[in-house]
Design a protein around this ligand. Structure first.
Ligand SMILES: NC(=O)c1ccc[n+]([C@@H]2O[C@H](COP(=O)([O-])OP(=O)(O)OC[C@H]3O[C@@H](n4cnc5c(N)ncnc54)[C@H](OP(=O)(O)O)[C@@H]3O)[C@@H](O)[C@H]2O)c1
Length: 430
């Protein structure tokens, strides 16, 4: 079996050396590449140093061990170099098989090793996409056993699984760091001796539980006799620590959700620009309610412009007074959870003297869409300058804007109300 490693950082290096030493793969069957090739000097004795595409094309299993922000570029670079039978392995839990599948149709697996692989005691998590067959599973699991135990999980459980094995060494270390620091303030025993005593006790307690099949409760009951000193301590843990543990998982899982959301957006490559007036904000509703003639810029009768802008000029912070259109804010939030979304809104020409229009629109967007919303303020004719590719989508109620956007190579969706929103063009772009 030929194995490729792309990315020779913390994980790539660990896997390469373990596959060489523990799995016994020789130099002719082990390929490695890295963005900074100088770092591969030390690996020359055990592996064939090459480029990313070569590592991809020569391997039966290729591990892509790069940071999430680099993964999309690496997959795009190697996708047409991969042999159709090659199993592509991503080390990144946040990038879904669906996202990977947008770039390559290969068989794929996700693998999450833990730091304890360094001593051959990883509990490596693995999941496969639907294209991987029994032989792929057998080959990969066999290889991963060289760094410890292997646990196969469904894709949707890889997040919590990672908390329990890959993040857990960090959680355990930080919890016992806190305990040792607290102990220090109550004793003259030196810090390194405290750490050594706690560490040995931790390790021996784990061995005792595993060897004797004991549960956490068994240990507590054996040590914390009723009315004794240990019980005073365990009571504090059971009373006060659950809130901390709940917060720990709530925060890490939320961070994981946001990271996966950001990765999904990056892999879709779609950027959506929402127009404001007539899409998000109900300008027409305000004008009708206040008996002001309405002439959306650039389409209708120019003769009403003087009256319209004159009236608007008299209204303090006009654009921050508009109501949202029904369902539009919800639509913006829904699409923002899957795609990169921004507001692209035009302000009136300078000659109309609506001096606060830009700041009013920004304030409106922040108030209704969230503090971190991106808002681009332009003149109407500049909107199409934002098109870079077909995956740039404009949602606008003005046909002229849609035409100019599409003439620039982008995708336009004419907005006639959130209830009628046409998702089909987004689906086609995926
Ligand atoms: N660290 C962990 O404990 C752990 C555990 C489980 C999973 N993971 C996952 O494993 C992945 C790698 O993490 P890591 O900690 O090993 O990261 P890392 O130490 O930062 O290493 C990343 C490596 O990727 C290389 N690289 C970047 N872009 C590249 C490109 N275009 N072509 C070839 N090589 C490229 C970098 O090269 P340079 O030398 O030029 O920087 C670097 O050597 C991440 O997805 C991470 O989430 C990590």
């Amino acid at each position: 079996m030929r194995v490729g490693i792309i990315g020779y950082g913390s994980m790539g290096k660990m896997l390469l050396w373990k596959f060489s030493q523990a799995a016994g793969l020789d130099k002719e069957n082990l390929f490695v590449s890295n963005r900074t090739p100088e770092k591969l000097k030390e690996a020359e004795e055990i592996a064939t140093v090459c480029g990313n595409r070569e590592a991809a094309s020569l391997s039966d299993i290729v591990f892509v061990c790069v940071r999430p922000s680099d993964l999309k570029n690496v997959l795009e670079e190697i996708s047409d170099a991969l042999n159709p039978d090659t199993l592509l392995v991503s080390l990144n839990g946040s990038v879904s098989f669906q996202s990977i599948g947008r770039i390559t149709g290969n068989k794929a697996a996700k693998v999450i090793p833990s730091l304890t692989a360094e001593i051959g005691r990883s509990q490596t998590l693995v999941c496969f996409n639907e294209k991987a067959g029994a032989a792929d599973k057998e080959n990969l699991l066999g290889l991963l056993k060289s760094i410890g135990e292997v646990i196969e999980l469904p894709e949707n459980e890889m997040g919590m699984g990672s908390e329990l094995v890959s993040c857990m060494p960090g959680f355990i270390a930080s919890i016992f760091d806190v305990i040792c620091k607290s102990a220090q303030s109550h004793t003259s025993i030196p810090e390194d001796q405290i750490v050594s005593m706690v560490l040995s006790t931790m390790s021996a307690t784990a061995d005792l539980m595993i060897q004797n099949g004991m549960s956490f409760n068994d240990v507590v009951n054996r040590v914390a006799t009723k009315g004794g000193i240990t019980e005073e301590g365990t009571k504090v843990v059971y009373n006060d620590f659950p809130a901390t543990a709940d917060l720990l998982f709530a925060n890490t899982l939320e961070k994981r959700r946001k990271t996966a959301e950001a990765a999904g957006k990056a892999f879709s490559g779609i950027h959506i620009y929402f127009d404001s007036d007539g899409v998000l904000a109900d300008m027409k509703g305000y004008m009708d309610a206040h008996d002001i003639p309405y002439n959306p810029d650039g389409v209708c009768d120019k003769s009403v412009d003087e009256i319209m802008w004159g009236k608007i000029r008299e209204i303090d912070h006009f654009y921050d007074k508009l109501d949202p259109l029904p369902g539009s804010v919800e639509l913006f939030k829904e699409l923002s959870s899957k795609y990169d979304c921004a507001v692209l809104t035009a302000v009136p020409k300078e000659k109309w003297g609506i001096t606060t229009s830009g700041e009013d629109k920004i304030n409106w967007c922040r108030r209704l869409l969230g503090d971190d919303v991106k808002v681009h303020i332009v003149y109407r004719a500049q909107k199409a300058d934002f098109v870079m590719s077909k995956k740039d989508v404009l949602i606008d109620d003005l046909e002229i804007n849609i035409k100019e956007w599409e003439a620039g190579g982008g995708t336009g969706i004419l907005f006639t109300g959130a209830e009628n929103f046409d998702y089909s063009k987004l689906v086609e772009l995926m």
